[in-house]
Design a protein around this ligand. Structure first.
Ligand SMILES: Cc1ncc(COP(=O)(O)O)c(C=O)c1O
Length: 395
């Protein structure tokens, strides 16, 4: 039996599965890795930091040593803020491609950073397209950078990142990517999709626990960021140069989280890296989507736009359906689902990432079936308005 088809262990001590986009269900080995204390200065811990940075860089496909990896304490948003404050000069201007909560947060962050920005706002889930980016850049030569969210976790849409990158560089501008929920499971090969910097965090597709994020950037951009950051603690250049000089984090690292993450990276590699991880998540998604559709549920997105990360389902129109009851009954069966974030129609989300596989996803569908029965919901069909919304999306 290879690592790839080894069955996953169930969560410890009857914990529920987290069908959420991170924090997510981690392996017993990742949890066990946190049982030891580490000196942050000690060479053993420095060796783990080096291993972590090298393993993350290996996932980018960087053949020419153009990139480097800078871990950053805090949740993912701290790393997004660090990236924006370090790579966008004060005199720069950013085009934000927004189609959900995380695009909106990027714009809000730029406001805090006093950087000029403009937004292409595609609402709750419509994808930003290359043609629109080209048009916006042609119309405004003062735009220096474009920021895009790879998988917009608020709807689960996988944005057309290659098309966007091509449009950005055809106009001689620079791309920054929030690949928080996608990196490690959806390819982001720097030879295919050009970018200057990207961010992700420990508790997403690598399947670690929360506590830090990481920025992967071109060394040239890292050099140019010297003295630019608005913030002492979120200064990517300072963290990078200190780490390269001393092997240490500038300020107290989340030691246990780092050790757990290294364990998670080793498991990621054993599973077949980005391809292997992506294949399991894709299967998780396909099983849950097919099963839920058989029950009458409908996805917000047409198949082409579905990511293998998280799927939004419309709430049924049946008046006996209430999300809170559905949530609590699913939780009682061992599955924590996620509320929706759409502004137009009611929805909920089911995550496909974490230590879950096809047998688990089949149980999720069975639990949803039993829950509908307990609620007396006979038909999971969404309201007509929901289907009208979806019809606006390109197939
Ligand atoms: C695409 C994306 N960007 C940013 C964030 C923010 O990360 P955090 O909640 O860890 O600050 C998330 C969190 O899920 C995300 O999915």
């Amino acid at each position: 039996m290879t690592n790839v088809d080894k069955p996953l262990e169930a969560p410890l001590m009857g914990e529920p599965y987290l069908l959420t986009p991170g924090p997510l269900t981690t392996s017993a080995a990742v949890k066990r890795a946190m049982l030891k204390d580490w000196g942050s200065w000690d060479e053993d811990f420095r060796a783990l930091t080096r291993e972590m940075r090298a393993s993350l860089l290996a996932l980018t496909g960087d053949r020419d040593d153009q990139l480097d990896c800078v871990p950053m304490q805090g949740s993912g948003s701290f790393s997004v803020e660090a990236m924006l404050g370090s790579f966008v000069p004060l005199e720069g201007k950013v085009l934000v491609l927004s189609n959900g909560a995380y695009g909106q947060r990027i714009a809000q962050t730029l406001g805090y950073l006093k950087r000029k920005y403009t937004v292409i706002d595609k609402g709750d889930y419509m994808p930003p397209r290359g043609g629109e980016v080209t048009e916006a850049l042609l119309n405004d030569p003062s735009i220096t950078h474009v920021v895009v969210v790879h998988c917009e976790t608020s709807s689960g849409i996988l944005n057309p990142i290659k098309e966007i990158s091509d449009a950005v560089y055809a106009q001689g501008r620079k791309l920054l990517v929030d690949s928080m929920s996608a990196f490690g499971a959806v390819p982001l090969d720097v030879n295919e999709v050009r970018y200057e910097a990207m961010v992700s965090s420990a508790n997403k597709c690598i399947e670690g626990v929360p506590g830090f994020g990481f920025i992967i950037a071109r060394k040239q951009e890292l050099e140019a960021a010297k003295g630019r950051s608005h913030s002492l603690s979120l200064d990517v250049h300072a963290q990078w140069s200190h780490m390269n000089k001393t092997g240490q984090w500038r300020f107290t690292p989340p030691t246990h989280v780092v050790v757990a993450f290294v364990e998670a990276l080793r498991a990621h590699q054993a599973e077949g890296g980005v391809a292997g991880r992506g294949a399991r998540y894709t299967r998780n998604r396909d099983v849950v989507v097919e099963g839920m559709r058989d029950l009458g549920f409908e996805t917000l997105l047409k198949d082409r736009w579905l990511s293998p990360i998280i799927v939004t389902f419309f709430c049924p129109e049946d008046p006996k359906f209430s999300f809170d009851t559905f949530y609590n009954l699913m939780k009682a069966k061992g599955f924590i689902i996620y509320p929706g974030k759409l502004t137009v129609v009611a929805s909920f989300r089911i995550g496909c990432i974490g230590q879950m596989d096809e047998p688990v996803m089949l149980k999720v569908v069975q639990a949803a079936k039993e829950t509908l029965f307990e609620m007396g919901v006979k038909d999971a069909t969404p309201p007509a308005l929901a289907l009208k919304e979806r019809a606006k999306l390109a197939a």
